[in-house]
Design a protein around this ligand. Structure first.
Ligand code: SF4
Length: 215
Protein backbone atom coordinates (compact mmCIF):
# COMPACT_ATOMS: atom_id res chain seq x y z
CA UNK A 1 0.00 0.00 0.00
CA UNK A 2 1.27 3.50 -0.85
CA UNK A 3 2.39 5.73 2.00
CA UNK A 4 -0.04 8.37 3.22
CA UNK A 5 1.16 12.01 2.91
CA UNK A 6 1.89 12.04 6.64
CA UNK A 7 3.93 8.82 6.41
CA UNK A 8 5.94 10.32 3.53
CA UNK A 9 6.43 13.55 5.47
CA UNK A 10 7.59 11.65 8.58
CA UNK A 11 10.04 9.59 6.54
CA UNK A 12 11.50 12.63 4.77
CA UNK A 13 11.79 14.58 8.03
CA UNK A 14 13.36 11.56 9.75
CA UNK A 15 16.05 11.34 7.05
CA UNK A 16 16.93 15.01 7.51
CA UNK A 17 16.98 14.68 11.30
CA UNK A 18 18.98 11.43 11.30
CA UNK A 19 21.73 13.00 9.16
CA UNK A 20 22.15 15.71 11.78
CA UNK A 21 21.94 13.30 14.72
CA UNK A 22 24.64 11.16 13.11
CA UNK A 23 26.81 14.24 12.44
CA UNK A 24 26.73 14.90 16.20
CA UNK A 25 27.82 11.35 17.13
CA UNK A 26 24.44 9.84 17.93
CA UNK A 27 23.42 6.57 16.28
CA UNK A 28 20.04 7.03 14.63
CA UNK A 29 17.61 4.72 12.90
CA UNK A 30 14.03 4.86 11.67
CA UNK A 31 11.11 2.55 12.37
CA UNK A 32 7.99 3.10 10.27
CA UNK A 33 5.68 1.67 12.93
CA UNK A 34 5.54 1.13 16.69
CA UNK A 35 5.85 -2.60 16.02
CA UNK A 36 9.11 -2.09 14.11
CA UNK A 37 10.33 0.21 16.89
CA UNK A 38 9.76 -2.55 19.44
CA UNK A 39 11.77 -5.04 17.37
CA UNK A 40 14.61 -2.51 17.01
CA UNK A 41 14.52 -1.62 20.73
CA UNK A 42 14.69 -5.30 21.73
CA UNK A 43 17.71 -5.79 19.45
CA UNK A 44 19.71 -3.54 21.82
CA UNK A 45 19.09 -5.85 24.81
CA UNK A 46 21.81 -8.47 25.16
CA UNK A 47 21.20 -11.76 27.02
CA UNK A 48 22.43 -11.50 30.62
CA UNK A 49 22.53 -7.71 30.55
CA UNK A 50 21.03 -5.25 33.04
CA UNK A 51 18.39 -2.92 31.67
CA UNK A 52 16.38 -0.03 33.08
CA UNK A 53 14.26 2.89 31.87
CA UNK A 54 12.99 6.38 32.53
CA UNK A 55 9.29 7.11 32.83
CA UNK A 56 7.81 7.19 29.33
CA UNK A 57 4.42 6.84 27.71
CA UNK A 58 6.17 6.02 24.42
CA UNK A 59 7.84 2.90 25.88
CA UNK A 60 4.43 1.65 27.03
CA UNK A 61 2.81 2.47 23.69
CA UNK A 62 5.30 0.42 21.66
CA UNK A 63 5.01 -2.52 24.09
CA UNK A 64 8.51 -2.34 25.61
CA UNK A 65 7.25 -2.09 29.20
CA UNK A 66 5.44 -5.43 28.71
CA UNK A 67 8.73 -6.98 27.52
CA UNK A 68 10.45 -5.73 30.69
CA UNK A 69 7.82 -7.45 32.85
CA UNK A 70 7.86 -10.77 30.93
CA UNK A 71 8.54 -13.86 33.09
CA UNK A 72 10.78 -15.61 30.55
CA UNK A 73 13.15 -12.73 29.68
CA UNK A 74 16.89 -13.44 29.44
CA UNK A 75 18.02 -10.11 30.96
CA UNK A 76 17.69 -8.41 34.34
CA UNK A 77 15.18 -5.57 34.52
CA UNK A 78 15.80 -2.88 37.12
CA UNK A 79 12.26 -1.72 37.89
CA UNK A 80 12.15 1.80 39.35
CA UNK A 81 8.80 1.06 40.98
CA UNK A 82 10.34 -1.61 43.24
CA UNK A 83 12.50 0.27 45.78
CA UNK A 84 10.51 1.60 48.74
CA UNK A 85 12.88 2.85 51.43
CA UNK A 86 15.57 5.51 50.96
CA UNK A 87 18.22 2.79 51.39
CA UNK A 88 16.61 0.69 48.64
CA UNK A 89 16.37 3.77 46.42
CA UNK A 90 20.06 4.56 46.89
CA UNK A 91 21.09 0.98 46.05
CA UNK A 92 18.72 0.93 43.08
CA UNK A 93 20.05 4.12 41.49
CA UNK A 94 23.63 2.94 41.93
CA UNK A 95 22.65 -0.11 39.85
CA UNK A 96 20.85 1.96 37.21
CA UNK A 97 23.86 4.21 36.70
CA UNK A 98 26.05 1.18 35.98
CA UNK A 99 23.49 -0.77 33.91
CA UNK A 100 24.09 -1.90 30.33
CA UNK A 101 21.15 -0.30 28.51
CA UNK A 102 18.89 2.53 29.61
CA UNK A 103 15.70 3.19 27.67
CA UNK A 104 13.72 6.43 27.61
CA UNK A 105 11.99 8.77 25.21
CA UNK A 106 12.86 12.36 24.44
CA UNK A 107 10.56 15.36 24.93
CA UNK A 108 11.68 17.00 21.69
CA UNK A 109 14.32 16.61 18.97
CA UNK A 110 15.24 19.43 16.62
CA UNK A 111 15.74 18.88 12.91
CA UNK A 112 19.41 19.76 13.38
CA UNK A 113 19.83 17.01 15.96
CA UNK A 114 19.52 18.62 19.39
CA UNK A 115 17.75 16.65 22.13
CA UNK A 116 15.54 18.66 24.51
CA UNK A 117 14.30 17.20 27.78
CA UNK A 118 12.57 18.50 30.88
CA UNK A 119 12.73 16.50 34.08
CA UNK A 120 11.39 16.86 37.61
CA UNK A 121 13.50 14.45 39.68
CA UNK A 122 16.21 14.49 36.99
CA UNK A 123 17.08 10.80 37.26
CA UNK A 124 16.12 10.36 33.59
CA UNK A 125 18.16 13.23 32.17
CA UNK A 126 21.07 12.32 34.46
CA UNK A 127 21.13 8.75 33.10
CA UNK A 128 20.85 10.02 29.53
CA UNK A 129 23.93 12.18 30.07
CA UNK A 130 26.15 9.88 32.14
CA UNK A 131 26.26 6.40 33.60
CA UNK A 132 24.54 3.55 31.73
CA UNK A 133 26.83 2.04 29.08
CA UNK A 134 24.25 2.54 26.35
CA UNK A 135 21.16 4.76 26.10
CA UNK A 136 18.31 4.03 23.68
CA UNK A 137 15.83 6.86 23.10
CA UNK A 138 12.60 6.15 21.25
CA UNK A 139 10.60 9.08 19.91
CA UNK A 140 7.59 9.45 17.64
CA UNK A 141 8.02 11.88 14.75
CA UNK A 142 5.46 14.15 16.45
CA UNK A 143 8.36 15.15 18.73
CA UNK A 144 10.61 16.47 15.95
CA UNK A 145 10.63 20.27 15.93
CA UNK A 146 12.07 22.84 13.55
CA UNK A 147 14.48 24.46 16.00
CA UNK A 148 15.37 24.94 19.67
CA UNK A 149 12.73 27.61 20.19
CA UNK A 150 9.91 25.42 18.86
CA UNK A 151 11.31 22.41 20.79
CA UNK A 152 11.18 24.37 24.04
CA UNK A 153 7.63 25.49 23.26
CA UNK A 154 6.68 21.89 22.49
CA UNK A 155 8.06 20.74 25.82
CA UNK A 156 6.16 23.42 27.72
CA UNK A 157 2.89 23.18 25.76
CA UNK A 158 2.59 19.55 24.65
CA UNK A 159 4.77 17.52 27.02
CA UNK A 160 4.73 18.97 30.55
CA UNK A 161 0.98 19.68 30.98
CA UNK A 162 -0.28 16.20 29.98
CA UNK A 163 2.55 14.60 31.96
CA UNK A 164 1.43 16.57 35.03
CA UNK A 165 -2.11 15.30 34.42
CA UNK A 166 -0.81 11.73 34.02
CA UNK A 167 1.21 11.94 37.23
CA UNK A 168 -1.52 13.70 39.23
CA UNK A 169 0.68 16.76 39.88
CA UNK A 170 -0.81 19.90 41.42
CA UNK A 171 0.71 22.45 39.04
CA UNK A 172 -0.75 25.42 37.15
CA UNK A 173 -0.39 23.63 33.78
CA UNK A 174 -2.31 20.62 35.11
CA UNK A 175 -5.32 22.93 35.59
CA UNK A 176 -5.01 25.50 32.77
CA UNK A 177 -3.10 23.48 30.14
CA UNK A 178 -0.58 26.34 29.99
CA UNK A 179 2.76 26.70 31.76
CA UNK A 180 2.55 29.05 34.76
CA UNK A 181 6.34 29.04 35.28
CA UNK A 182 5.72 27.43 38.67
CA UNK A 183 8.07 26.62 41.53
CA UNK A 184 5.57 24.19 43.01
CA UNK A 185 6.81 21.11 44.94
CA UNK A 186 5.00 19.12 42.22
CA UNK A 187 6.81 20.92 39.37
CA UNK A 188 8.20 18.53 36.74
CA UNK A 189 10.41 21.22 35.18
CA UNK A 190 13.40 21.18 37.52
CA UNK A 191 15.87 21.12 34.63
CA UNK A 192 15.67 21.72 30.90
CA UNK A 193 18.53 19.90 29.25
CA UNK A 194 19.69 20.46 25.69
CA UNK A 195 22.04 17.73 24.52
CA UNK A 196 24.27 18.69 21.59
CA UNK A 197 26.20 15.40 21.38
CA UNK A 198 26.64 12.18 23.33
CA UNK A 199 29.38 12.18 25.97
CA UNK A 200 30.88 9.18 24.12
CA UNK A 201 30.42 8.49 20.39
CA UNK A 202 27.71 5.88 19.72
CA UNK A 203 26.66 5.68 23.40
CA UNK A 204 23.23 7.18 22.63
CA UNK A 205 21.02 5.48 20.02
CA UNK A 206 17.88 7.17 18.79
CA UNK A 207 14.97 5.34 17.22
CA UNK A 208 12.65 7.74 15.38
CA UNK A 209 9.21 6.25 14.79
CA UNK A 210 6.88 7.21 11.94
CA UNK A 211 3.88 7.53 14.23
CA UNK A 212 2.64 10.00 16.83
CA UNK A 213 3.72 8.55 20.19
CA UNK A 214 3.84 9.85 23.76
CA UNK A 215 3.61 13.50 24.72
S1 SF4 B 1 6.99 24.99 35.14
FE1 SF4 B 1 5.22 24.22 36.33
S2 SF4 B 1 3.44 25.04 35.24
FE2 SF4 B 1 5.17 25.21 33.83
S3 SF4 B 1 5.06 23.34 32.59
FE3 SF4 B 1 6.47 22.97 34.30
S4 SF4 B 1 5.20 22.00 35.88
FE4 SF4 B 1 3.81 23.00 34.43
Amino acid sequence: MANTPVQTYYKNLAETTMKNLTRRGFDACYAETAEEALTLAKSFIKPGSKVSNGGSVTLSEIGLMDEFQAEDKDFTYLDRKKPQTQEEQDAFWAQVFTCDTYFASCNAITTDGLLVNIDGTCNRVAAMLFGPKEVVLIAGMNKVCLDLDSAYKRVKMSAAPPNCNRLGRQTPCAVTGKCGDCLSPDCICTATVVTRRPNKPHRVKIILVGEALGY
